[in-house]
Design a protein around this ligand. Structure first.
Ligand code: SF4
Length: 473
């Protein structure tokens, strides 16, 4: 099974909700998985917080980052053409893709036209979004992931578990076994040795590759440059060594200026991985020039819409396009930490994935994700560009109810409104409810038995809030 089969299988719309409920129930019961994920994220909180403390004013920096993205997204009609003009002036070629299918066709045609035999690819969630590897593999091409985490996931036949830490759920011993099986190496528990094994394996692949495929973290309009930020240096080699470089990016990645980029890059690193800056930050300005010793001979950029303009047209949720894919909202989300990354069945997991997936893939099939939240607001607090994530989840819930109102739920709400508008009835209802809490606990009716298996009903308070309020005042 290829990496992308797993994503596609998990994302069959008709089954998406049932699959989510099934997998969530399984993972919530898996104490080992939960504690492993919590442990993996434990280090993240420490480094992120110590890095945040080095900012003179983290909240002020968030304001600046939010403003940079807000002004770029709200001026997209002006900045995107400016970026394209400047990028093409540097010798790059831009292709526009309305949807995933069009983007796949463009990239497959480019690969075919280049007579490529080998393709190397760096980490790029937009390629996951359009299932690019599937399309290339169907045409007979072998695509090798050069990012260590993505490479491990490719060998495991799994999609990324988390869009920043793709293999955070995999233990060292499992990686060693994987390398032993696929690369014939000796077992080791040393992270350095495991990294060196992948590095040695990759080196020749970079040299042999005809086409390198990357994503883009930002597109700088004033200079026409593509900014890629990474920790391994693999994206640099992927972009620079093959004779053809193809980058894929969503149209929302545009920022106005290098000054805005200087605000966003450290914010992305600190919120995403707790670093002051990621190790390698590169600006790509086009293919090799006559006076340059190296670089690709052709450079293409595929700009993907895929429902982004529909989100742009929605003033309520437009700011979800500000996302810089740092992953911080996943790291703090109590739902993500309990159900894990695969349960979502989506390219983008966690709170921001639950906000944008219904837009990318259809509200009716993916509206259940809006309920995969306790609405605690931890995601909104963690977001370096101040996206109001948990309110967007509420908006999606409201839209889902409006699109297909549930009769029973509607009757329930009407009944509640009727009772709540009559104080004497509300007080009587409260009394009845307090009495029935103890009763339900005792008889455990079959309808609630499964629900009560994992929950304890609290003892009913002897007095209502209204009674207490009356007594105190
Ligand atoms: S929504 Fe905010 S916190 Fe979540 S990935 Fe995007 S930028 Fe990061």
């Amino acid at each position: 099974m290829s990496v992308h089969d797993a994503t596609t299988k998990a994302a069959l719309p008709a089954e998406a909700k049932n699959q989510f409920l099934h997998d969530a129930a399984e993972h919530v019961r898996d104490i080992d998985h939960r504690s492993f994920v919590r442990k993996a994220l434990g280090g993240y909180y420490v480094t992120r917080d110590s890095q945040k403390a080095k900012y003179r004013d983290w909240e002020h920096a968030r304001d600046a980052a939010a403003l940079a993205k807000w002004s770029a997204v709200n001026r997209l009609d002006e900045l995107l053409p400016l970026f394209v003009t400047n990028f093409e002036a540097g010798g790059g070629i831009v292709h526009f893709a309305r949807d995933a299918q069009e983007a796949r066709t463009i990239i497959v045609d480019l690969v075919r036209a280049s007579n490529a035999k080998a393709i190397i690819k760096s980490k790029c969630m937009t390629t996951e979004e359009i299932h690019l590897n599937d399309a290339l593999e169907k045409e007979g091409y072998v695509v090798v992931e050069s990012d260590l985490g993505e490479f491990i996931q490719q060998l495991r036949g799994e999609p990324p578990y988390h869009f920043v830490f793709p293999c955070m759920h995999v233990r060292r011993g499992e990686i060693s076994d994987l390398f032993q099986k696929h690369l014939g190496t000796e077992p080791t528990q040393s992270p350095e040795e495991l990294t060196m094994i992948a590095r040695r394996y990759m080196r020749q692949l970079y040299v042999d590759a005809d086409v390198g495929i990357t994503g883009a973290n930002f597109l700088v309009a004033e200079t026409g440059q593509i900014s890629i930020t990474e920790n391994e240096g693999n994206a640099r080699l992927t972009a620079a060594l093959p004779r053809v470089h193809i980058a894929l990016s969503g149209i929302e990645k545009v920022v106005a200026s290098l000054a805005d980029l200087a605000v966003l890059l450290p914010m992305l690193a600190t919120a995403g991985t707790g670093q002051p800056m990621t190790c390698y930050n590169t600006l790509y300005s086009g293919p090799q020039k006559n006076d340059e010793p190296d670089g690709p001979r052709e450079m293409h950029l595929v700009l993907l819409d895929n429902a982004r303009t529909a989100i742009l047209a929605d003033p309520e949720q437009r700011d979800s396009l500000h996302c810089i894919r740092c992953g911080a909202c996943l790291n703090v989300c109590p739902i993500f930490k309990n159900v894990g990354g695969f349960t979502y069945g989506t390219t983008y997991q966690g709170p921001i994935g639950s906000v944008i997936t219904p837009h990318l893939r259809g509200l009716s099939d993916w509206n259940h994700l809006s309920s995969a939240s306790s609405l605690c607001g931890a995601c909104t607090d963690a977001c370096p560009v101040r996206i109001d994530i948990h309110h967007h989840l509420l908006h999606n819930r409201r839209n889902a109810v409006r699109a297909s109102p549930k009769r029973l739920e509607h009757i329930g709400h009407q009944l509640f409104a009727f009772v709540a508008a009559r104080p004497w009835l509300f007080a009587a209802g409260g009394k009845l409810f307090r009495w029935s809490l103890g009763f339900l606990k005792k008889i455990r009716p079959p309808l609630l038995r499964q629900w009560l298996e994992t929950r304890d009903l609290p003892p009913a308070p002897p007095k209502s809030f209204r009674q207490l309020w009356k007594e105190r005042s």
